[in-house]
Design a protein around this ligand. Structure first.
Ligand code: FNR
Length: 371
């Protein structure tokens, strides 16, 4: 039986046009297991297994929009062309298991090295000012305005495809130093046209993407935007140093048509600004009034590290009650679980049934298969 202190995590969620049976989502995680960009039956079974074990919302791994340099690899699933047959099956299987599903649509921007394997690339990569890292060397020319508008249209097509394939929502990857975040981040956006400038001017690309998507999907299909202060290029980077600066950035983006914000932290319990216990999601909820998803080391005693380390090992943590308290208190609405759900497809069910002593640690070796 669910322990009373965890009960709020198993109450239904209704907000931003989305209804869920409980508060747990699977965090988006790239698995590099879609050869020729096609998510096969093994990918569908992998997501279905989590859905069968009480995850209320599956947010898929990043899946790339139909721009020529959106992807880093042919092993990352596309969200266009023949890959859509695979995605239709993924959505059907997740639905049959009683969960909802949103694809995470993605453009990697400067994270794509010109050396990466990817067919039909007509540019080295698409980036606001050509940099992968602040102060690094320029790897590509800044993209032009026509290209920017074309990319916004690609996002809109992908979101509309999610709706027509029967997905329940769409998540846009605006976090972790990928294309949308590259425009938001001063360190990588040095443009002197209307897409660059101060904090608010740098939101223009995100705003145009959200508006283009909203125009394509209509008013009722839920649009989730994932954002983060931290970047893969720099864990300590921040878009905003104060709540006031954060509010100025969030306001135009929220007004463009976001229903739910997904606020990525490496450790969900860390306060975002001095003087308050609120985490990033808590602040975004307060500043925008929108429902929010929190994430970061849920169920684990070690934070995500990327690249070679990819969080090599993290012990299981049974300290779940603070999350339930955050939901009860209204700090955040939904809790996304990443690595704990890679190690243990039954993670949510075990929490629901009070089997906390059975939660498994995370180990990088678990990434080798799609179990
Ligand atoms: C990730 N993460 C991630 N985030 C994202 O927005 N899109 C993605 O495609 C990926 N890919 C990815 C792959 C792998 C193997 C890991 C471990 C992580 C980040 C992920 O969604 C989540 O924010 C972090 O893992 C932190 O949550 P946990 O793992 O501490 O619960």
């Amino acid at each position: 039986m669910t322990h009373a202190s965890l009960a709020s995590l198993f109450t239904p969620f209704n907000g931003g046009g989305l209804s869920l049976k409980n508060r747990f989502a699977m965090a988006p995680m790239t698995r590099w297991k879609s050869p020729d960009q096609f998510p096969g039956p093994d990918v569908a079974a992998y997501y279905r297994r989590r859905a069968e074990n009480d995850v209320a919302l599956i947010i898929t791994e990043g899946t790339t929009i139909d721009h020529s340099v959106a992807s880093q690899s042919t092993r990352i699933p596309a969200f266009h062309g023949r890959a859509l047959d695979g995605w239709r099956r993924v959505a059907d299987e997740v639905h049959a298991a009683g969960a909802k599903i949103a694809p995470q649509i993605w453009h990697v921007g400067a994270m794509r090295s010109p050396k990466d394997e990817y067919p039909n690339a007509d540019l080295p990569s698409a980036t606001p000012s050509g940099y992968y890292k602040p102060g690094g060397k320029q790897i590509a020319p800044p993209i032009g305005k026509a290209e920017i508008q074309g990319i916004a249209d690609s996002y809109a097509r992908a979101a509309e495809t999610a709706r027509t394939l029967g997905f329940d929502a769409v998540e846009v990857h605006g976090a972790h130093g990928y294309l949308i975040d590259q425009f938001l981040w001063e360190g990588l956006n040095q443009r002197d046209d209307e897409y660059g400038g101060d904090d608010v001017a740098r939101t223009r690309f995100a705003v145009e993407v959200v508006k283009a998507i909203r125009a394509a999907i209509g008013p009722d299909f839920p649009l989730i935007l994932r954002i983060s202060q931290w970047k893969q290029q720099d864990y300590t980077a921040k878009l905003a140093a104060t709540p006031e600066a954060f509010a100025a950035i969030l306001k135009p983006i929220a007004e463009a048509g976001v229903d739910i914000f997904h606020c990525s932290q490496r450790r969900w319990w860390e306060p975002e600004f001095p003087g308050s216990d609120l985490n990033c999601a808590g602040w975004v909820k307060q500043l925008t009034g929108k429902p929010v998803i929190t994430v970061g080391s849920v169920g684990l005693a070690g934070a995500l590290a990327l690249g070679a380390e990819l969080g090599a090992h993290a012990e299981a943590s049974t300290d779940i009650a603070p999350l339930a308290h955050g939901v009860e208190h209204g700090d955040f609405d939904i809790v996304a679980v990443g690595r704990a759900l890679i190690s243990d497809p039954e993670w949510v069910r075990k929490v629901k049934q009070g089997r906390l002593d059975e939660l498994r640690p995370y180990d990088k070796s678990k990434l080798e298969t799609l179990y």
